[in-house]
Design a protein around this ligand. Structure first.
Ligand code: GLU
Length: 298
């Protein structure tokens, strides 16, 4: 299938946090990497709140994320986009995939499918006496491949690794992959910089872009920050919220984690001074490849 890439040279990046908790030091790394990369190229940097999974949203988290980014000086372009307000758009595109027979209902439970590629059990119909639940997209044996400026050559045969994957969940919510691909296309995003924890997601998203005839942004995956126990710094692992008064120190720490070499006196600089230095000196080629412990620099 013909793959489209963006022909415009104008860079559009984005940060798309899920408001399942406040901004923490791990998410600041993702925000900073995409921010610096866009700003270095005089491009746009968009902010999208991935709040489509309503049951997982935490009250006040989206506001905390917005306020903290502002306090850190990472100001976005255009209006903030909220996925929860775009359900009708996702449904329309899902209907198109359904009309092309690319989607089928699946009644398998999570425990029946856990830990292996989905073998396509419901391709020929759902099990008797079970309600139709999720919707899956058909995969095939094509190899999905892209070149990542940090991770190198990445490829996967989805049929073998994930199998047909869910694009509408059994609880009725549109799944993350479909909503993300639609928004990235409609927002004209040309570059996506995010953590290595989303590498597998990228391959599925490229597949959806191919089916939908969308352009493929450039994808870059930075290392994920780990805590002292070697676990990803995440909301699930109870990472503490960023306190805006430590904003500059958090930014400096993120810059170091991303393999940049700021002047030591910048350690005591303001958020704006750190961001200005970062924009001027941003070098994606020095960002390390592997996930690692986030060293406390303050
Ligand atoms: N919303 C996702 C998250 O917070 C990231 C989505 C993306 O970058 O595509 O993990």
């Amino acid at each position: 299938m013909q793959e489209k890439t963006h022909t415009n040279k104008y860079s559009v990046g984005r940060f798309a946090p899920s408001p399942t908790g406040p901004l923490h030091s791990g998410s600041v790394i993702a925000a900073l990497a995409s921010y610096l990369h866009s700003r270095k190229q005089h491009g746009k940097w968009l902010l999208r709140i991935d709040d489509i999974d309503l049951p997982r949203n935490q009250t006040g988290a989206a506001e905390h994320i917005l306020c903290t980014l502002e306090a850190l000086g990472m100001v976005w372009d255009d209006e903030v986009v909220y996925q929860s307000r775009r359900i009708s758009i996702y449904r329309e595109i899902l209907a198109d995939l359904e009309s092309r027979q690319l989607v089928y209902p699946c009644s398998c439970t999570r425990s029946e499918t856990k830990g292996r590629a989905y073998p396509g059990s419901c391709r020929t119909g759902i099990k008797r006496n079970r309600k139709s639940c999720a919707l899956r997209i058909r995969t095939d044996d094509r190899i999905i491949r892209f070149i990542d400026r940090i991770q190198g050559d990445v490829s996967q045969c989805l049929e073998e690794v994930s199998g047909d994957f869910i694009i509408k969940r059994s609880d009725g919510y549109i799944a993350y992959h479909l909503a993300t691909v639609i928004d990235d296309q409609l927002q004209g995003v040309t570059e996506i910089i995010r953590g290595t924890d989303l590498l597998d997601s990228t391959l599925r998203q490229i597949y959806l872009q191919q089916l939908l005839g969308y352009s493929r942004p450039d994808y870059v995956h930075h290392p994920v920050a780990l805590n002292q126990e070697g676990k990803k710094i995440s909301k699930q692992n109870h990472a503490p919220a960023i306190n805006s008064k430590d904003g500059a120190k958090t930014l400096f720490q993120a810059l170091m984690f991303l393999g940049q070499s700021p002047d030591p006196e910048l350690r005591n600089g303001s958020c704006q001074e750190i961001l200005n230095w970062g924009i001027e000196h941003w070098n994606i080629d020095t960002v390390p490849e592997n996930d690692r412990v986030l060293l406390q620099t303050y």
